[in-house]
Design a protein around this ligand. Structure first.
Ligand code: APR
Length: 309
């Protein structure tokens, strides 16, 4: 029997995620959106690509959550995206309401599912999804760090002209602007990155990765990135479905790890069948600790705005 994955939000990120999962063929997909006809039309279009991509999976689009019952994994992309000049935080209160409503619908019908929030501002939305769902924290895990590291790895690969597969790195902290790259854990073909790229140049590359989302928003003007974000979601899905226990940077609930509690933040986690199997702790430099704390503080600020609104 194939798995069942629901993707809520049939916009750019949601529809691209649905298409990527469908193409792999290992899971049926339900695509949900509030706009009548949008998920139905996109799902049918994707379904009709099956004979060409050799996928026997079934995909349906609907405005009705009944179709989502007993999903194994639910990816939440519903909400508004950034326009030029907006920060992810500008989306907070609108997306908080949308994510809360979606999570309530989902948990009623898929009480054993694993939730992957993608909607921004991601760390705050993951926290909200965790609180509203009542799920254990291992079953609510957000997508951000894989995208941030993928951007960072892309730029390092271009700088050094080596395969992306030879570059391993981790980031901590909030998505994007406050991301903390772990330079000591950034290894290219066994060599620490500091031996390969001068410090000032490396700082420029880090900054480009931090601003990676904004760079794309400025080009697109009417929306934000979705190809790399959807690929990042699929990497998480495969680590969970196939119980791979990959160590991936994700947005996870912290309970004392990295010296902080009751907050969602980007950390490396072992991702397997249960969702977050455990948080992986790295020894941080004083500078990294400082940046991580600042990043967590900015997530806490958003959480407190949500709790008072
Ligand atoms: N229930 C279901 N779907 C909803 C709801 C809701 N309550 N509210 C909005 N949506 C749908 C919209 O109708 C739209 O189709 O969410 C979809 C969002 O799609 P896009 O506007 O294309 O945005 P996208 O680029 O996919 O980004 C979605 O992911 O990366 C983040 O910052 C990004 O928060 C944004 C989210």
């Amino acid at each position: 029997m194939r798995n069942k994955i629901t993707v809520v939000g049939a916009g750019n990120v949601g529809a691209t995620t649905a298409q990527r999962i469908f193409d792999k063929g290992y899971s049926d997909v339900v695509l949900i959106d509030i706009v009548d006809g949008l998920p139905q039309g996109k799902a049918l279009d994707i379904q009709e690509s099956g004979p060409i991509s050799s996928s026997d999976a079934q995909i349906i689009g609907s405005n009705d959550y009944k179709e989502t019952a007993n999903s194994d994994i639910v990816v939440i992309t519903s909400g508004i995206a950034r326009k030029p000049g907006m920060s992810r935080d500008d989306l907070l209160l609108t997306n908080m309401k949308i994510v809360s409503q979606v999570v309530q619908e989902i948990v009623a019908l898929s009480p054993d599912s694993i939730l992957i929030p993608v909607t921004n501002p991601l760390d705050a939305m993951a926290y909200q999804a965790y609180k509203i769902s009542g799920f254990p924290s291992n079953r609510v895990v957000g997508m951000a760090g894989i995208l941030d590291t993928s951007r960072f790895r892309t730029f390092i690969s271009q700088e050094l002209n080596v395969s992306v597969a030879s570059i391993s790195t981790y980031v901590l902290g909030g998505h994007g602007d406050t991301m903390v790259p772990l330079i000591g854990q950034t290894i290219v073909g066994g060599k620490p990155i500091a031996e390969l790229i001068p410090e000032d140049r490396l700082e420029q590359i880090v900054q480009r990765a931090r601003d990676g989302g904004a760079e794309i928003v400025n080009y697109l003007k009417t929306g934000s990135a979705y190809y790399a974000p959807s690929a990042s979601v699929v990497q998480m899905i495969e680590s969970i479905l196939f119980d791979k226990n990959e160590i991936l940077p994700c947005t996870a609930y912290l309970q004392g790890e990295y010296g902080t509690s009751d907050v969602y933040a980007g950390v490396p986690v072992v991702l397997g069948q249960k969702g977050v199997e455990r948080v992986v702790e790295f020894k941080l430099t004083e500078k990294e600790k400082d940046l991580f704390e600042k990043s967590v503080d900015s997530v806490r600020e958003l959480i407190s705005i949500m709790s008072t609104s």
